[in-house]
Design a protein around this ligand. Structure first.
Ligand code: PMP
Length: 375
């Protein structure tokens, strides 16, 4: 046999030469199953109207004629449009130099940890929390510290402050509303943790901010008060634009500037920028179903409680409910009946995204059947 033939060479068990701590790790991802009722990744169930879709397509068509050129690296027009939108959604006087955007708020978080985390630094959150945070920490070689939430998923503020003062994180990650529990943070908590964090950044992840109940303020109101506060948002949820991959943040201009050091050149494609700008011109329509989804969310909470289940209060477009001795069996029973929800959160709990009224009816019917079968 000739030297180097494939039969002769068997790869060492360490091939490919992946970082030690990444070996054997499954890539993150919610199951993408082809079932009729998809209530597992907190999308907006209502897509754009034909008119909005046509405008987005026309904008992308115009961008297509110049795709031989790199896009605007600083995406100035998009930053201006996002700042204007934020000022209609809890922000006051936010300007383009206080806005940064990337491919989904997932990329925003990664960039924040690339710039402000790293070896010898700590990122801190309070569990249960968004499951991607520890992965961004791992990928940026940042130490991950998770405090605990209370039984009702709120924060014990004294304990939270003590942990921040003890571990001195360079980034504190606070989803509000929290995923997977739906719990929003009161502004006093944000302010207290901004003070406790000193020079560390406090990132309030408002991916679901637009769904908050009336009377729950946005942390955007505090941007001028705390220079270490970063508020992140996304177009993936309320804005009904998950497929376009656009996330963004509002923070002090120095923070936006610092992220430019770690971003990839031209990270926001011309197609993405054109899509987001066209979608922002249709903001009232794309966001038009948010109120309806909030009503459906509150009705879902009541309905689940009426069935004797435990349900976390929710300011988001999803509801965490339980508890089940065998939550996987319940999840599977729902899938078998064409309804996909999410097996996430503490043991025994499940999370359902809020869909259309018809989808929620399908979910309720299926859950009644599954609960009867598993009783
Ligand atoms: N933050 C939270 C709390 C989320 O739940 C999600 C999506 N599930 C994201 C950020 C990221 O969303 P995207 O990258 O689509 O903006």
């Amino acid at each position: 046999m000739s030297a180097g033939s494939p039969q002769e060479w068997s790869p060492p068990s360490t091939w490919p030469p992946l970082r030690e701590e990444l070996r054997g790790i499954e890539p993150y991802g919610a199951p993408q199953l082809d079932v009729p009722v998809q209530l597992n990744v907190n999308e907006n169930p209502y897509g754009p109207s034909a008119q909005a879709a046509a405008d987005i397509a026309a904008a992308v068509g115009r961008a297509a004629t110049t795709l031989n050129r790199y896009p605007d690296r600083e995406f100035v027009e998009l930053r201006e449009a996002l700042a204007a939108y934020l000022n209609t959604s809890g922000g006051i006087g936010i300007t383009a130099d206080r806005v940064w955007a990337a491919n989904g708020s997932n990329e925003i978080m990664l960039q924040l940890l690339q710039a402000f985390g790293g070896p010898g630094r700590v990122a801190l959150s309070f569990a249960p929390t968004y499951s991607m945070y520890p992965e961004y920490a791992r990928d940026t070689v940042t130490e991950w510290v998770a405090g605990r939430r209370e039984g009702d998923f709120s924060l014990d503020l004294d304990a939270a402050r003590a942990l921040v003062e003890e571990r001195r994180p360079s980034v504190v990650l606070l989803p509000s509303p929290n995923n997977p529990t739906g719990t929003a943070l009161p502004p006093e908590a944000v302010s207290m943790l901004c003070t406790a964090a000193g020079d560390g950044l406090v990132v309030v992840d408002e991916a679901y901010g637009e769904f908050r109940r009336s009377g729950t303020p946005s942390a955007l109101e505090l941007i001028d008060t705390h220079r270490n506060l970063v508020v992140t948002r996304t177009m993936s949820k309320a804005f009904a634009l998950a497929g376009a991959r656009v996330g963004y943040l509002a923070a002090a201009p120095e923070i936006c500037d610092a992220i430019r050091v770690v971003r990839l050149p031209y990270h926001l494609s011309a197609v993405t920028q054109a899509t987001a700008l066209a979608a922002l011109r249709h903001a009232p329509e794309l966001l038009g179903r948010v109120d309806e989804l909030r009503v459906e969310r509150d009705a879902t909470v009541d309905w689940l409680r009426g069935r004797g289940l435990e349900v976390a209060d929710s300011d988001a477009n999803f509801v965490l409910f339980g508890t089940f001795a065998d939550r996987h069996a319940v999840w599977q029973g729902l899938v078998d009946r064409g309804v996909l929800i999410r097996e996430t959160g503490p043991d025994g709990w499940l999370r359902v995204s809020i869909g259309t009224a018809a989808e929620m009816d399908a979910f309720k019917d299926a859950l009644i059947q599954v609960m009867e079968d598993t009783e």
